[in-house]
Design a protein around this ligand. Structure first.
Ligand code: PAF
Length: 289
């Protein structure tokens, strides 16, 4: 496994592998690797000749009052885990390598970046699309692997790839969960014992909400109310949003047509957790655009 820090060395490796017609798969990460990342890495490993991951805590996707400084970093452990999964290359650039002085360009997907998580996290998705665009240009993968937990991120990146004609396929891996259903996230490490115990309410409630929604007896608003009430009753979490949106265009829906996502963000103390579940609508008379 190679650990590459500079753009020139990465480019050399990419050219070498492209010349040999090797399929390159790519998993972008911010490190603190957990089973969620590892499941994507395994899929990438299985489906490609070359498996590349990036580890870069991208400062421009954190707001001024967010957790950039505290974000968990463990290079040694990440390296061991990546090695075990037979990753070929870790791209491990410095901040200066990615954002040299007079870096003046941003990539922004309008409309769907300032709703849901983007409403409170101003500029977050602009930071994500800017770094992912850069990484795609550097790694030139055939396939990009992303996790369903960050569902809005997957929709925004898919839109960017389509709009800017990036030549890459995107594959979304399922959310990996703890025994009680809590979605794996590097930020789970911030939770204290009580918050951790309470955080199981999120997925428990999403699952019950899905069952109700798919029974066809409830409107999206009723499902949102149920989810909100249950989480409030069973934890001290502060809900940031709970919404039912179309899985393709992220528009709020009034009926369970097609594929819908019930998505939420809630704060346990200072820790903001997100999760979502797919609802297969029973009313099928609308086409998704
Ligand atoms: O999901 C993440 O870890 C990050 O948003 C990503 C895609 C690596 C960009 O920094």
């Amino acid at each position: 496994m190679k650990i590459i820090k500079s753009i020139s060395s990465l480019k050399k490796e990419i050219t070498k592998n492209k010349t040999k017609n090797r399929r390159i798969g790519f998993v972008p990460t911010m490190g603190a690797l957990h089973e969620g990342h590892l499941s994507l890495i395994r899929k990438c490993r299985r489906e490609n000749d070359i498996c590349i991951i990036s580890i870069f805590v991208n400062p421009i996707q954190f707001g001024p009052s967010e957790d950039l400084a505290q974000y968990p970093r463990d290079k040694k452990k990440d390296k061991l885990l990546a090695q075990k999964e037979k990753v070929d290359i870790i791209f491990y650039p410095s901040k200066e390598t990615i954002y040299p002085r007079r870096f003046l360009t941003n990539v922004e997907v309008t409309e769907i970046s300032d709703i849901l998580c983007g409403k409170k996290r101003k500029g977050h998705f602009r930071g994500v699309t800017t770094i992912v665009a850069k990484l795609l240009n550097l790694v030139e993968p055939e396939t990009l692997y992303l996790g369903q937990k960050d569902f809005q991120q997957t929709v925004i990146i898919q839109q960017m790839v389509k709009d800017l004609n990036f030549n890459v396929k995107i594959k979304i891996g399922p959310t990996v969960r703890e025994k009680d259903g809590l979605a794996l996230s590097s930020r789970n490490a911030y939770l204290n014992i009580q918050q951790r115990r309470e955080a199981g309410v999120l997925y428990r409630t999403l699952k019950e909400a899905k069952k109700r929604a798919e029974s066809g007896k409830y409107t999206p608003q009723k499902i949102i109310n149920f989810t909100s009430q249950t989480i409030r009753q069973e934890s001290k979490a502060k809900i940031e949003y709970i919404e039912c949106v179309d899985a393709v265009n992220l528009k709020k829906i009034n009926n369970f047509y097609n594929k819908t996502i019930l998505a939420l963000a809630a704060k346990f103390g200072k820790t903001r957790l997100i999760d979502n579940i797919t609802i297969n609508g029973t009313k099928k008379n609308k086409t998704q655009t």
